[in-house]
Every structure is written in C-alpha cells, then in structure tokens.
Design a protein around this ligand. Structure first.
Ligand code: ATP
Ligand code: MG
Length: 446
C-alpha cells in the first residue's frame, strides 16, 4: 500500500476508535461493577455473614427493591438527608410515585405488617442487597451500595440489643478485623424525653446562631437533633459544648441503657458512650450504636443501628418492639483489604489440558465423572483447543494448583498425567481410579 493510503487508513482507524469510545455506554456514576477478580472476597464475606447469622437462628427475608415513596417519607422522616435529597424517586407508568429503597428497615417492616408476622410473634430477620442514595460519590460513599440489614421484632430488650452487638462482634472476629473497629453507644430516650431535650438544645443554638452553618440553621427549625450529627469541622466545638441528651433520660430509658451496658460488661465487650451519636434517621429511640474504624478516613462508620419501637405504630401497626442494624458491605470489604485480612481464594483448583481429537472427547466425559466423584473440586476444562504449551499457560494464569493432562497417548493407555503447578514436584501418571482418589484426597477437609 502506498504511503499516503496507509496514512489515510491510520487516520480513519484512529477516528473510529475515538468515536467508539465516545459511544461506549458506561456505568452510572457512583454505581460499581464487582468484577470477577473481586467476587471471591465478596463471596467469602457473604458466607461468613450467613454462617454467623444462622448460628443465632436468624431467618432471611427478601422484600422488593422498590417501594411506594410514601413508605420512606413516613418512616425515615421528611426532614432527613435521605428523604430531602438522596432518594431515587420516579413516577411509574401508572403515575404512582415509587422509590428505589435507600435503606431496608422500612421495607422489611412493611412486609412483616402486610403479612401479619408481627401479631404476638417474635422475629429475628436479615436481608442483604443493594440500597440507592443520590449522594456525592467518594471513597466509601456510593449511589448503589450493598447492606446487610438485621431486624428483630417483639422484644423489649436490652437483652436483644446485646445479642445484636454480639452478632456483630462475632462477625468482626470471624473476619479477622476485631481490633480495627470500636463500638460507640448512646441512648436517644423516648419521644417525650427527646422533646424536652430538643427545647433546651434549640435554646442553646439560638443563643449561638452565628456559629451555625446554613444546613444547621435550616435544621434548627425542622430537626435540631440532627445538627449534632453534622460533619462540619468548624462546628465541632459548638457541638461538644451542647447540652447532653443523656441528662434528660427518664427512669425507664436509663434502666434500659444501664442494663445494656452492664450486660456488655459481663460479656467483655467494650464500648464508648458517645453522647453526640444521634443517627441520621428519625425513627430511633433508646439504644443507638455505631461501629467505627480509623482505617477508612471520613467514611469510618461500617455498621450502625438501634432501637425503633415507635416505627411500628407509625406505619400503622400495633405498638411493638423493634431493634436492628445495617452494615455497609463496601466499607467492610475496604476495611478487610486495608487490614490485610484478605483470605486466599482460588476459583479453579484443577485445569484439564486436552490435546488431540480423542483426548478432547474423552476429557469432557471424564471431567463429568470427576465432578460426580469429587464434590467441592473446582475443575475447569480447557476449551478452544491450543498446544500443550498454550494450555499450560492458561492453567497457570488462572491460578490452578494442578493440571490434569490428557493427550492421545494417555487416552490409548487409559491413564492421566497430573502435574502440580505451584510446586517443584514432578508429573505423575495415574489410572482413572487413582486420579479420582488423588483428587478426592485433595478435597478432603483438613
Ligand atoms: P453516613 O453517616 O456514613 O452517611 P448513614 O448514617 O447515612 O451513614 P445508615 O443509613 O445508617 O448510614 O446506613 C448504615 C451503613 O450503610 C453505614 O454505616 C455505611 O456503612 C453504609 N452506607 C450508608 N450510606 C452509604 C453509601 N452512600 N455508600 C456506601 N455505604 C453506605
Ligand atoms: Mg448518610
């Protein structure tokens, strides 16, 4: 091809690839793909969560991801960050206002009320899945994120409050990050106590209006307790000197709180009483808690929850008891990664190399027999042909521990060669039965 034509072709190709890039559809900001390299860690954590929850006799519930907007307005509260500015709300084709769930407590309770699960019953439930909030995406803060939610109904506590804390404590231990998180604890009292406190707090802030930021000035009218939750560093001194809700608690709330702390002392679980902890949602009463870490910068709350007895009546049910928590799984994973507690996970144990027409046929058939005989083994069969060398390369790249080699020679002798890929041991030739026995031994639990 002439020089000029070549140049024209190059220009054309470069334009085309730029165009393609512009046309590539990308994921929504703040919503992330979990790629195959990351899923083993997710699955490991998910399995731990399930094991720990089942050790306490908790059952899974799966409410829908979309609910009527009204449900969140009524439960989370009209003047919370979530309802004011973070919800993904849209009209469906019937003109009903729907919302992608920003949290799971409301939907779980709605489901239990709707199906009559709360009448004279006690429940310990969990759910797991995506939540949606239109926040400014940054490390540890996304627009689609995964939560484990745990909710219990029908128990006045504080024994059940303590049980939830025990579950979280056990989970940190099983994930090897117990020393990375600390428990912060507070009591929000009941509604009457909070109202009395609210008046004092408003008085305190009104005398210091010039120290409040714009958000807090607005909150002073609508939800003054939330001012205590501000992340604005300039206001921290003002917050530190504010009156404390703990001083406004009545006998019942104090008894609940003191019994909880005494139980935790008995169990050897340490905690910090954090009187500024108010939580971002409106529905809490009495116990509230957060598990925080210093390893993740400003998004340091990994898990948060508390008691919300009043919400059941607020959603139309009979007076009852409820306490739960939600854990942000992305933050949990980031913490596991930051603390180096990542377990080794292999997606393939054994890679089958097949070269030659008969070997290919025989290999596929034998792989099925292996899968029948050796439960738990992760066996991948080479597909798409290739030389011994190129297939070995694939086996190595995927991280397999062993290769089973099947060429036409092996097939004619009814044998298999097995080669360790991660050690210096040599290759050995085994019969069909010996191969199965070898792989069974490999999968035997230690
Ligand atoms: P924050 O103060 O960090 O905004 P929150 O009080 O809004 O948290 P909750 O609604 O109690 O959080 O949710 C419980 C947990 O879910 C949080 O402690 C956190 O681990 C996780 N979480 C909340 N919002 C996000 C988000 N946008 N992205 C990732 N994880 C989140
Ligand atoms: Mg938030």
């Amino acid at each position: 091809m002439k020089q000029k034509e070549l140049q024209a072709l190059k220009n054309f190709n470069s334009c085309r690839s730029k165009l393609n890039m512009a046309n590539n559809i990308q994921a929504i900001r703040g919503m992330h793909d979990v790629l195959p390299g990351q899923t083993p860690l997710w699955q490991y954590v998910e399995q731990m969560l399930r094991e720990v929850l089942s050790a306490y006799g908790y059952s899974e519930i799966r409410p829908p991801l979309v609910e009527k907007t009204e449900l969140f307005k009524r439960s989370i509260g009209e003047v919370t960050d979530i309802v004011e500015k973070e919800m993904y709300t849209f009209d469906d084709r019937n003109g009903d206002s729907l919302t992608l769930r920003p949290e799971g407590t409301a939907g779980c309770l709605r489901a239990c009320l709707e199906h009559g699960l709360l009448h004279n019953q006690v429940h310990r439930l969990w759910y797991y899945g995506p939540m949606y909030r239109h926040e400014r995406p940054q490390k540890g803060r996304y627009r689609q994120f995964i939560q484990l939610g745990v909710e219990t109904y029908g128990m006045p506590g504080p024994d059940i409050d303590a049980e939830l804390i025990l579950i979280m404590d056990r989970l940190w231990r099983s994930l090897g990050i117990r020393d990375k998180v600390r428990l912060q604890l507070n009591s929000l009292g009941n509604i009457a106590e909070r109202l009395a406190y609210r008046e004092t707090l408003v008085g305190y802030f009104q005398e210091r209006l010039d120290e409040l930021d714009e958000d807090s000035l607005r909150r002073l009218e609508t939800n003054p307790l939330r001012i205590l939750d501000t992340k604005n560093p300039a206001m921290q001194k003002l917050i530190a000197n504010a009156p404390e809700l703990m001083d406004y608690l009545g006998d019942d709330s104090l008894k609940h709180f003191n019994l909880l702390t005494a139980t935790l002392d008995d169990l050897g679980i340490s905690y910090e009483i954090t009187t500024r902890l108010v939580r971002g949602l409106d529905y809490y009463s009495k116990t509230v808690f957060e598990w925080v870490t210093d390893e993740l910068g400003s998004q340091g709350t990994v898990c948060a929850g508390g008691r919300y007895d009043g919400l059941i009546e607020q959603l139309g049910g009979k007076a009852n008891f409820a306490v739960g928590f939600a854990m942000g799984i992305e933050r949990l994973l980031a913490l596991i990664e930051a603390s180096g507690a990542v377990p080794l996970a292999r997606s393939v144990d054994v890679y089958m190399i097949r070269v030659g027409e008969t070997a290919e046929r025989e290999g596929l058939r034998f792989a099925e027999i292996i899968r029948n005989e050796v439960p738990g083994l992760k066996l991948q069969v080479n597909c798409g042909g290739g030389s011994f060398k190129s297939q070995f390369k694939k086996a190595d790249k995927i991280g397999a521990e062993y290769a089973i080699i099947l060429g036409d020679d092996e097939v004619s002798r009814g044998e298999f060669s097995i080669k360790p890929l991660r050690s210096e041991q040599g290759q050995q030739t085994l019969s069909r039965q010996q191969t199965i026995a070898f792989l069974q031994e490999l999968c035997r639990p230690d």
